[in-house]
Design a binder for this molecule. Structure first.
Ligand SMILES: Cc1ncc(COP(=O)(O)O)c(C=O)c1O
Length: 392
């Protein structure tokens, strides 16, 4: 099976006139996976009562069974959620935090998750502490010490990303989880970008709570994510939407699945398509594809640094990056983001996000199987053109 970029590109529905360097935001789905998704949708519409009323739970259990080996966990220890935002909300909503408690997070987290924490901190009165790190990040041990310097006797939860959104860094979460467990601190990991991009073995990782997306790097249809909860915390999970699974004394399952599976009528086809998405990755030797993308990332980082003067946030891309990198553009101020974004899109038809982070401007570049070296040359050329003139 061919897995070179041009062959893979023909398998995606992406607009060929766009240089698409933003797989990270919402992913993209290959045609065979999308067709399977539509097949599930057709099946649902053919007999909605049979599908949703009688079969849904069985179909979902079969899908969890097929996906569990990919996540390295038992099928009953994770549930489908439509996205990582929902997974994080379910856990944050369920945690019994009080005004005496602190939650440790970082200044690299996804904005909507920061807001979720803020919302509950206002309701319950706990304190949010944000760790910061020396940049460029270099030694994982130093990073962990910097995180740990913010732990206090009041720290109840550490909530961090596995791969960060604005800065695209792979955080060394394994060691944090181990240390937190020894200190009696709960860990909540936001793995929105992890499945499909880096290995995720939940049993080995040992996090108490871990949520992730299938619709980004596993290339499943939009609206497919998961929430994993360690068995000892299943009974802690409250429904974010109260429905039939609540207060179900005759149930044979853990309250975790009962509280999260049925949230009223909805289309579960994206969930059921996830096994097909994993199959697509296997068929196309995705380990090799990832390696190639990572190599391209390093080459692009070096070329952009030399020619455009951008600054990587990591000293060593093999340790800190997988298939995304954020580069700081020192010549730009955050005020220029709308204009530079407009020019990249309107003048060059390049889809790539510019992010304001800690008063600086970052460009976050994704490397996916369908991207060619020419895609990055186009971006280099476009940025070169844009940066020659001062932008206010
Ligand atoms: C680290 C992180 N967490 C959470 C999310 C939210 O993902 P979703 O919109 O699929 O819920 C994102 C989105 O990019 C993310 O980067």
């Amino acid at each position: 099976m061919n897995n070179d970029p041009l062959s893979l590109r023909t398998l995606f529905l992406l607009d060929p006139s766009v240089t698409f360097l933003n797989h990270g935001s919402f992913g993209a789905t290959p045609i065979p996976v999308f067709e399977k998704y539509q097949e599930w949708q057709r099946m649902l519409e053919k007999e909605p009562v049979e599908f949703l009323g009688r079969k849904a739970s069985e179909y979902l259990a079969e899908a969890r069974q097929a996906i569990a080996p990919e996540l390295g966990c038992d099928p009953d220890d994770f549930t489908f959620v439509i996205n990582a935002t929902t997974g994080m909300n379910v856990v944050i909503h369920s945690l019994p935090l009080t005004a005496q408690d602190e939650v440790l997070t970082t200044n690299h987290e996804y904005g909507a998750i920061d807001k979720t924490w803020q919302f509950y901190a206002r309701q319950k009165g706990f304190t949010i502490v944000r760790a910061r790190f020396s940049l460029p990040v270099s030694s994982p041990d130093l990073w962990i010490e910097e995180l740990w310097s913010q732990v206090t006797p009041r720290t109840r939860v550490i909530s961090i990303s596995h791969i960060t959104s604005p800065t695209a860094l792979v955080f060394p979460v394994e060691k944090v989880i181990e240390r937190a467990r020894n200190a009696g601190i709960l860990t909540l990991i936001d793995g929105a970008h992890s499945p499909g991009q880096i290995p995720v073995n939940l049993r080995k990782l040992g996090a108490d709570f871990y949520t992730g997306n299938f619709h980004k790097w596993v290339c499943a249809p939009k609206g497919a994510g998961f929430l994993y909860v360690r068995p000892e915390y299943h009974s802690l999970i409250q429904p974010l939407i109260v429905s039939w699974g609540y207060d179900n004394p005759n149930s044979q399952r853990s309250p975790f699945l009962d509280h999260t599976e049925w949230w009223g009528t909805r289309d579960i086809s994206a969930f059921l398509t996830v096994p097909e998405a994993y199959q697509f990755l296997r068929t196309h030797h995705w380990d090799k594809v990832r390696e190639r993308c990572h190599q391209q990332l390093k080459e692009t980082c070096n070329a952009f640094r030399e020619r455009l003067g951008v600054i990587p946030l990591s000293a060593d891309q093999d340790t800190w990056n997988a298939q995304m990198i954020s580069l700081q553009i020192p010549r730009l101020s955050p005020r220029s983001i709308p204009e530079v974004s407009r020019r990249l899109w309107e003048d060059f038809r390049i889809e790539v996000p510019l992010v304001e982070w800690e008063d600086s401007v970052l460009i976050r570049i994704s490397f996916q199987g369908y991207n060619t070296p020419e895609d990055y040359k186009k971006l280099e050329h476009a940025l070169g053109e844009i940066l020659v003139a001062p932008i206010t």
